[in-house]
Design a protein around this ligand. Structure first.
Ligand SMILES: NC(=O)c1ccc[n+]([C@@H]2O[C@H](COP(=O)([O-])OP(=O)(O)OC[C@H]3O[C@@H](n4cnc5c(N)ncnc54)[C@H](OP(=O)(O)O)[C@@H]3O)[C@@H](O)[C@H]2O)c1
Length: 416
């Protein structure tokens, strides 16, 4: 049955009371594939909050690459992560209003305005208390490894996922940044201990992760060299304070495809050296940090160009997970590879303060209506976007929800 989303901004109840059902964008296992086909709107029962859980009315949601993977069912089907739910409501970023709290929740009340970070872990795992929740066996990414994400009128989260909504941002601005910004924060600030004067090479610098990596470099006094695939993305980076940028189309020969002949390998190394020269020209020296998420295509270059004793920090492998590189450049020059995954609640809190103070700003490319969820993921899969895409859910129009003056988002006005 087709669901009418004309009234998606009206939930019909006051904070404290949940309606029986809600409109939600749902992926089901039998229709995994292109985002445009995999996402469909359905009417779903609103869940009740369990112990230490909160139901948030979603005012706006943020689009991330993880639900491109969820739609495709690749590299694995998300239904493997949550076999208890036969629907997948994706969405790992949101701003909204606390609507109902579960037993044990004391810090949040119905009516509170919040942003949601996407890390979940069981309160009962010892890693959560004193080590790092990302190390807990129960750790999951909300809205990817769990159902009940943000592409619906209501979402179910753990109370520890809630952060006060920055008053200087609209609903759509505050829904757009958390997942990629907090990931970039952990990668650079905590995993790499980036300091003033560091030299950082950032792949995909105008993408969701990259726009925040670029701003964190500027704020930390580090030099940054961004890699992008068009001049208009380079122009956005200049607005964000990049030291300099390189168009990767000029170095297509350095990308690892796999199965190259010895002659092709030789040619690839020559191109990697040429690219290294261009990076040095921007930074004044080789980078001592490389910000990686592209994976197979770029990883050999990352290990090759990073300075001796430097760090390659990686949180994804968009072009492929099986990475191969000439390991002599790693051991002879004592380089390090660091894995990183999202962020813990403390990192999220610290990073969010920089948004509240306007020192780091969301970078919004486009805000779409609730009907745009499938299309937004398709655009992202096809690399047609810059920065972030937000979706209006409970907010009837853009520009609402801001209650204090202050720097809002940067709007990327170029692209598809
Ligand atoms: N583990 C975690 O916690 C975590 C958190 C966030 C994201 N991720 C993952 O990280 C990846 C990137 O996320 P995102 O939000 O930044 O995505 P995004 O907004 O699509 O940005 C990625 C950027 O990578 C660049 N790129 C794409 N294909 C490339 C290629 N073949 N060679 C070089 N550069 C390429 C593109 O920039 P140009 O075309 O301009 O070069 C694109 O803007 C995704 O796989 C996502 O799932 C992981």
């Amino acid at each position: 049955m087709a669901v009418d989303i004309k009234n998606v901004t009206d939930v019909g109840t006051e904070p404290g009371t949940l309606p029986d059902t809600m409109a939600a964008w749902v992926i089901r296992q039998e229709r995994e594939g292109e985002p445009l086909d995999a996402f469909q709107i359905e009417e779903i029962e609103v869940p009740e909050p369990g112990a230490l859980e909160v139901i948030v009315r979603v005012m706006a949601a943020g689009v991330n690459y993880n639900n491109v993977w969820a739609a495709m069912g690749k590299p694995v089907s998300v239904f493997r992560y949550h076999p208890e739910d036969d629907h997948h409501i994706g969405g790992s970023d949101a701003s909204g209003i606390v609507w109902k709290t579960g037993p044990g929740v004391t810090k949040w009340q119905p009516g509170d305005e919040v942003v949601i970070h996407c890390n979940q872990a069981s309160y009962e795992d010892p890693e959560v208390h004193g080590f790092d929740p990302l190390a807990a066996p129960s750790q999951k990414i909300w809205g990817y490894e769990t159902s009940w994400g943000s592409f619906a009128q209501f979402t179910k989260v753990q109370a520890q996922q809630l952060i006060p909504k920055p008053k200087n941002l609209t609903w759509e601005e505050s829904a757009s940044y958390a997942l990629t910004y907090f990931t970039a924060y952990r990668m650079l600030i905590d995993r790499c201990e980036m300091q003033a004067g560091a030299r950082v090479l950032i792949w995909g610098a105008a993408g969701g992760l990259g726009v925040f990596a670029t701003q964190l470099c500027r704020l930390s006094g580090a030099l940054s060299c961004g890699v992008v695939s068009s001049a208009e993305k380079g122009a956005l980076l200049e607005q964000l304070g990049i030291t300099g940028w390189i168009d990767r189309n000029e170095y297509a020969g350095m990308m690892r495809k796999g199965g190259e002949s010895p002659d092709e390998e030789k040619a690839r190394f020559k191109e990697m050296r040429r690219f290294g020269g261009a990076v040095r020209e921007v930074l004044g020296d080789d980078p001592n940090i490389v910000f990686e998420h592209v994976g197979q295509a770029t990883f050999p270059t990352s290990v090759f160009v990073v300075k001796p004793f430097g760090k390659v920090v990686i949180c994804a492998g968009t072009t492929g997970y099986n990475l191969d590189f000439d390991v002599r450049y790693l051991w002879m020059r004592q380089k390090e590879i660091l894995g990183s995954h999202f962020a813990n609640a403390w990192e999220c809190t610290k990073a969010n303060q920089l948004i509240e103070s306007g020192e780091v700003r969301p970078v919004l490319w486009r805000t779409m209506g609730f009907d745009g969820v499938a299309e937004a993921h398709q655009l992202m899969k096809e690399n047609k976007h810059l920065g972030k895409i937000a979706i209006l859910v409970g907010a009837p129009e853009t520009g609402l929800g801001k209650t204090e003056e202050g720097a809002g988002a940067i709007y990327a006005e170029v692209g598809a």
